[in-house]
Design a protein around this ligand. Structure first.
Ligand code: ATP
Length: 247
């Protein structure tokens, strides 16, 4: 049984540099407790959609020019990224973006810098380590000297340090070996099941994303062209022909 959506995006348009229309009316829903995949090739508009939701477009000279974005029924288009984090929405950016010179643990702790309760932060850190035992092993290593998979885990772990209810995960599989991608997705699934964290993840790796998500949207040239239950999409002939094997 699915409850009311935690996130609802209604017909958003996004323009970069005042002229380049990149999202041409994107609508999607993420149910509370779900794992939703946003699929499509390079340049389809997945990252832009996530950035629109977390209000990170400004730095890219982009803006939402039409449509609405609602978090639990409340409009959020004008909320600052920090305010959104306080409301439980956090984005894990593509390319991981760990601080190379900080240790894994220092990186994780940057995720809780706005919080004051030390005991709570320590408990949160331990929780992250239970989901990512590899990070615990590597806690004192500089991020620069850890593997791509460990850096991706570190980026997700840091997001978890904000106590999110909705994580926007941009291309978690990028540059990782299939076995490591499986490991990362497995942990995402676990966090979803046990901590009730909701995920909206952008992926070019359709196979892998549909294996772990419950629902998927497929984007092309700034539009959603298809959506459905993950299992249905994975079995759909057009999806197989055009999207499986990508990524
Ligand atoms: P990728 O997997 O490569 O990140 P994507 O589906 O996430 O692809 P976006 O990054 O959202 O796609 O890009 C969508 C379109 O917007 C592309 O045509 C891209 O060139 C364009 N675009 C992205 N960022 C900017 C920007 N800052 N200024 C202008 N155009 C941009």
């Amino acid at each position: 049984a699915q409850t009311a959506p935690i996130l609802q995006v209604n017909g958003i348009e996004v323009i970069y540099n005042h002229v380049i229309l990149v999202l041409k009316g994107v609508s999607l829903q993420v149910p509370e407790g779900g794992i939703v995949a946003l699929l499509g090739g390079n340049g389809a508009g997945k990252t832009t959609t996530l950035r629109a939701i977390s209000n990170l477009l400004k730095a890219e000279r982009g803006e939402v020019t039409k449509g609405t974005i609602e978090l639990r029924g409340e409009r959020i288009e004008n909320r600052s990224p920090a305010d959104l984090v306080a409301r439980g929405v956090v984005q894990v950016m593509e390319g991981r973006h760990c601080f190379a010179h900080l240790t894994i643990e220092e990186n994780l702790l940057t995720g809780s810098y706005t919080r004051r309760d030390k005991a709570e932060i320590a408990a949160n850190l331990e929780k992250v380590y239970t989901y990512f035992p590899r990070l615990k092993t590597r806690r004192n290593s500089q991020a620069a000297y850890t593997s791509g998979g460990e850096q991706q885990m570190c980026a997700i772990g840091r997001a978890l340090m904000t106590n999110p209810s909705l994580v926007l995960l941009d291309e978690p599989s990028m540059g990782l070996a299939p076995q490591i991608v499986d490991e990362v997705f497995h942990i995402v699934k676990d966090l979803n099941a046990r901590e009730k964290v909701t995920f909206l993840l952008a992926e070019q790796n359709t196979n892998m994303a549909l294996k772990y998500a419950d629902y998927g949207y497929i984007m092309e040239s700034g539009r959603i062209v298809m959506d459905g239950q993950a299992q249905e999409l994975a079995g759909n002939a057009d999806v197989k022909e055009f999207y499986l094997g990508m990524g």
